[in-house]
Design a protein around this ligand. Structure first.
Ligand code: SF4
Length: 357
């Protein structure tokens, strides 16, 4: 098994009581069956409260929120279960957050989710190269299973090419547009069963000039953003802060009252790299790499747009909190990318003057 992770992953440390947004804020804490079985036998008053708090939500067990947080969150910022029973008896999701582990046959990738403010800081502070890591980095889950997926080699090559496009000199809108067009070319190969030609296509992209940034077109861009923000607003919303941010964007876009100041190049580039490392390879499973590239473009550009209403790192954190931890939202976005929101929408959105440097 080979484990890969962005270079900052080994330096991640939970901020603990110093965290301004504990990770059990705003969503139900899922309790895995092994942990629930352990709680069934915990004696005394804590055991009674653990069992009383457990609820079934569809197929899953969870602790419903109390006052917007996990019922075992303490005002000191610590978790009562962690403090009294030990970290090993917190739920799997609590022990592992904000880590995401993806297995592609013998290749395992470990990434961190930017719903966590400390992860946002790490992502934006340095260029996160993907490195082969010692396996001791995170040992909890067992060995990955299964054969190497057929699309792994083409999509690894595609991701390397996409990351290379992001490092090219030139306007950020042109770089993001290049990533979307590259993914579209790869998608055409996959759809035609010709992914074996991906090395030729990636080679051509690596040597060709960067595509022109979409020409500025303020009216078309604001319409595209109204569509994108309406789409985000139609999804399941976890936090009122996100709802308010989207509402402010919806109000400001048509009136032109939202004045735009592009974020620093390093912020948007590292954000786009983050999304590519987190999501691009997921196309291995369903053969849809274009949607993963569109998610990267949307996440980066949305953070840039909403970064005019709240600091850019917070806009990125909120986007990731709302999208990356909710499979229904990711599925709904993918469906929208298959339908009403296509490459033309992104081309228009990237043409907004002042959006990107
Ligand atoms: S959001 Fe991040 S820093 Fe904050 S408590 Fe969770 S893991 Fe720790």
């Amino acid at each position: 098994m080979s484990l890969y992770a962005p270079s900052y992953v080994p330096r991640f440390r939970c901020l603990g009581p110093g965290c301004p947004h504990s990770c059990c804020e705003g969503w139900e804490v899922l309790i895995d069956q092994n942990t629930a079985d352990f709680y069934a036998a915990v004696p005394g008053e804590l055991g009674q409260r653990l069992r009383a708090a457990l609820r079934r939500d569809g197929e899953e067990l969870c602790f419903p929120l109390q006052g917007g947080r996990c019922p075992f969150w303490e005002p000191s910022g610590l978790c009562e279960i962690h403090r009294r029973l030990g970290e090993e008896h917190t739920s799997f999701i609590c022990r592992t957050h904000p880590r995401f582990l993806d297995d592609y046959g013998p290749r395992r990738e470990l990434t961190l989710g930017a719903s966590c403010p400390e992860v946002v800081r790490l992502v934006l502070a340095e260029d996160g190269e993907l490195l082969s890591q010692p396996e001791a980095l995170w040992q909890e889950p067992g060995e990955p299973l299964g054969d190497t997926p057929e699309l792994l080699t083409p999509l690894l090559l595609g991701r390397k090419t996409a990351l290379g496009l992001l490092r090219r000199p030139g306007p950020m809108a042109g770089r993001l547009w290049g990533v979307a067009l590259l993914a579209n070319d790869l998608q055409t190969l996959i759809d035609q069963g010709e992914e074996g030609r991906s090395a030729d296509v990636c080679g051509a992209w690596a040597t060709a000039p960067l595509p022109e940034a979409p020409a500025e077109n303020e009216m078309a861009a604001r319409e595209a953003w109204e569509t994108l923000v309406a789409q985000l607003s139609s999804l399941e919303i976890l936090g009122e802060d996100w709802r308010a941010l989207l509402a402010a964007a919806r109000e400001g876009l048509p009136q032109g009252s939202l004045s735009l100041h592009p974020p620093q190049e390093t912020q948007t580039r590292r954000t786009a790299e983050y999304f590519l490392l987190r999501h691009w390879l997921h196309g291995v499973w369903d053969g849809d790499v274009l949607s993963q590239a569109e998610l990267a473009v949307l996440g980066t550009a949305a953070a840039a747009l909403l970064g005019n209403l709240t600091p850019f790192p917070e806009a990125l954190r909120l986007f990731c909190r709302e999208m990356e931890h909710c499979q229904e939202n990711l599925d709904a976005l993918q469906e929208a990318f298959w339908g009403s929101i296509g490459l033309d929408t992104f081309q228009a959105a990237l043409s907004l003057p002042g959006l990107l440097s």
